[in-house]
Write a protein that binds this ligand. Structure first.
Ligand code: AMP
Length: 488
């Protein structure tokens, strides 16, 4: 698929149609076409002659969309970064991606204003070239960049377009996730290639529930894309039902376990809409399994299935030695197909470890545990490592631990999720100090949270801190995480 070409087509066919709504701001397809062309013209004359990507730093501003398309038109990949990240983390991402430049919404406006008013001659796009690089939490304490090509993205989009049969030019897609998370790729591109309207909820909207309901009430959303956690938050208000959003056609979920009570409540409150569970890691381009849930499926399963793999993509369940497991037997989920990333940016060894075993086709060892039933339906049951999902955010506990160990006065640290109804609800840090002086636990907690906030996003800063002299040990001399968990 010519992704950028498909979006531009709407700019020529229906230039006045609204492509994006964010707070009080609206962007039409015509404006998106012109502005991304002019931005590309500006980038083409100023970017160095190499293939380095462009870091796009912002939140939900219309300039973000202009920047993504402008960068692509200039023959580069973009690295979306949300402004909520601390400066140190942004610097790490800029470093690791060896980005050619950083574009903020202000830079985008300035470049467009100064660009010559003629259409640039755009370089042809190679489908195998990187389209975006999304950084996720890495266990070593530094984020890792997943490279997704235009070809990878096309596989995902073609599948979803065929399955969901969106009404061209007549859908409003909810954009809940920041553009730095790959869940947003689902709403952003499905909306733009179908001539729909992308309706962003901003962090200001989400910070106040009353405001969120007011915003949703005027959104006219027809296709809901969010994490289950976000829908659960909305369901807390009894007004969140079909009367509030009468145009709702479907709910698309991805990114974390969908609790049956969330799916059930949506089916009850939005009887005209369908509810879908989809599954996939950033490394396999957003999602690659799906299932439409109904009351019968909910009644049959206490833990919901994540769906059947998209056509042409294989899911294999492996044991520890990499041998395939028969249906019904749990093991690690391996994904093989043209949707799989070529690897992590600048990390050949890590890439070799997890993107191997494909017998020719690209493959990814997810680290997720699960099984296929006899009909080929996939169930995800847990993780093999210390990666968790907290409100849909992907977090390597080792990432937080590495950052904690960097703090002055910290000898060792272990971070565990605090569970509520079996799901991570908060984070707790167990810390051994080099010496604590006169400081109280509260003073230490505030100091550590303050320090960590300089290097980690807010959702990765533990709420609870427990200071210990030593960690309990397992028989083979490792810190005993289970025993520590009992302290919570
Ligand atoms: P991310 O790369 O942020 O999209 O996170 C990918 C991880 O989220 C997967 O490897 C799973 O552990 C988890 N995940 C994604 N979708 C689902 C789902 N529908 N059910 C359960 N876990 C999911």
């Amino acid at each position: 698929m010519d992704i950028v070409g498909s979006i531009d087509r709407w700019g020529r066919l229906t230039p006045d149609r609204i492509a994006h709504v964010s707070g009080a701001r609206k962007l039409t397809y015509g404006e998106l076409l012109d502005a991304s062309d002019f931005l590309a013209a500006s980038l083409l004359v100023t970017l160095p002659e190499n293939a380095s990507p462009v870091l796009v730093l912002g939140h939900k501003e219309p300039e973000m969309l202009i920047a993504f398309l402008g960068v692509l038109k200039a023959g580069r990949a973009y690295v979306p970064v949300d402004t909520s990240l601390p400066r140190t983390r942004i610097a790490q991402i800029a470093n690791r991606s060896e980005c050619a430049t950083i574009l903020t919404p202000e830079d985008v406006s300035k470049r467009i204003a100064e660009a010559p008013r003629e259409r640039p001659r755009l370089p042809p796009r190679d489908p195998g070239a990187p389209h975006y690089v999304i950084f996720t939490s890495g266990s070593t304490g530094e984020p890792k960049g997943v490279v997704i090509t235009s070809a990878n993205l096309s596989v995902f989009l073609n599948w979803m377009l065929a399955e969901q049969r969106f009404a061209n030019g007549d859908e409003v897609f909810l954009n809940q996730a920041p553009f730095s998370f790959d869940l947003s790729v689902m709403d952003l591109y499905l909306s733009l290639v179908t001539g729909g309207t992308l309706f962003s909820v901003t962090k200001e909207d989400v910070s106040n529930l009353k405001r969120l309901y007011e915003v949703l009430a005027v959104s006219s959303v027809t296709t809901w894309v969010s994490t289950p956690s976000f829908a659960q938050l909305c369901l807390a208000d009894s007004q969140f039902r079909e009367e509030l959003l009468p145009g709702m056609r479907r709910f698309l979920f991805c990114g974390e376990t969908l609790p049956p009570f969330v799916a059930g409540a949506l089916l009850d409150r939005f009887p005209s809409a369908s509810v879908w569970n989809t599954y996939g890691p950033t490394e396999a381009t957003v999602a690659m399994t799906s299932i439409r849930l109904d009351k019968e499926t909910l009644a049959r399963h206490s833990s919901l299935p994540v769906g059947f793999p998209m056509p042409g993509v294989q899911v294999e369940i492996m044991d520890e030695s990499g041998s395939p497991m028969p249906p019904g037997t749990p093991g690690e989920i391996l994904i093989r197909g043209a949707n799989v990333s070529s690897g992590y940016l600048g990390q050949p060894e890590l890439s070799e470890r997890v993107f191997s075993g494909g017998n020719g086709a690209a493959s990814y060892r997810t680290g997720d545990l699960g099984y296929l039933d006899s009909t080929g339906l996939l169930f995800v049951t847990g993780r093999m490592d210390d990666q968790i999902k907290l409100s849909g955010y992907r977090i390597e506990l080792g990432d937080i631990e590495a950052n904690l160990r960097e703090l002055p006065g910290v000898r060792d640290a272990i971070v565990l999720p605090v569970l509520k109804n079996g799901r991570p609800d908060a984070l707790a840090a167990f810390v051994i100090l080099l010496g604590r002086g006169e400081a109280s636990d509260l003073e230490l907690l505030l100091a550590m949270r303050g320090e960590l906030s300089k290097s980690l996003p807010a959702y990765m800063v533990p709420k609870r801190f427990i200071f210990l002299e030593t960690f309990p040990m397992t028989a083979n001399g490792k810190a005993n995480r289970d025993k520590l968990g009992e302290l919570l």
